[in-house]
Design a binder for this molecule. Sequence first.
Ligand code: GUN
Length: 299
Amino acid sequence: MTADLLDGKRVASEIRAEVADKVRQFVHGGGPQPCLTAVLVGEDPASQVYVRNKRRACEKAGINGRTLRLDAGISQQKLLETIRGLNDDPAVHGILVQLPLPTGGNGGKGFDERAILDTVAPLKDVDAFSPVNVGLLMQGRPRFLPCTPHGIVQLLHRCNLSIAGKHVVVVGRSDIVGKPMAMMLAQKNGSCGSEIANATVTIAHSRTEDLRDICKTADCLIAAVGVPEMIRGDMIREGAIVIDVGINRVGEKLVGDVAFDEAMEVASAITPVPGGVGPLTIAMLLHNTLLAAQLQLHS
Ligand code: GUN
């Protein structure tokens, strides 16, 4: 078997065009131009690239993408005050604190990341990291959906796949991907209807025993561990859908969490790295920024 490639780049550009269209309609109808402010602390080169890509994507969608650059030496207190300022600024609709925060920040003491993310106003929390938005998702009445899992739902839907009633194994339990992904796929009514929902979900992680055997029972295997090529071909069931969330730099190359060539031999469909899940994260961030502007208009 040779797997079909799930073209995240194509789906992301489709979503971006739809968001751009909706932004035009929103502004045409008298709404303000949506504005996303990314808070970038320190000089991490990868974070700088991510934030620049987000800003460019905003511009192409008609969204005002701002970057607030802060010195790594800023104190926790000052950073919290800055975020509160953005919360109170009616011209800012979405706030994104780029992670990871620099380890030696806050005068060498390191930042309290949780306290910083908790300070972002829930109605401006386009990453959906705040406890309010996580709680709403848990209760099946989400406001913002976290961008990467939501992008995966959109990808499955737009590639005409269904996971209803199927066994999904999510490898990885991060707050950003693994946990919300599992929750979204297990719920009754998903953002794309009942077919990209209603799954039987297993969350596997670094302490899981018999990981290979558990992965092998998956109709849909989602790898979000951040370990290059950890998921080998012999861990994948014949005909499974494989979603690779990993973006790992190995030398000059970007590789996923899945050994791609091996997986191609057994899976029925797979996301490549790069060009799979990655582009969808930004597309869904644009979606959330427009949603934030719409919600604030009516709040
Ligand atoms: N760093 C890596 N992924 C993300 C993300 O989705 N949001 C933010 N804010 N930072 C990140």
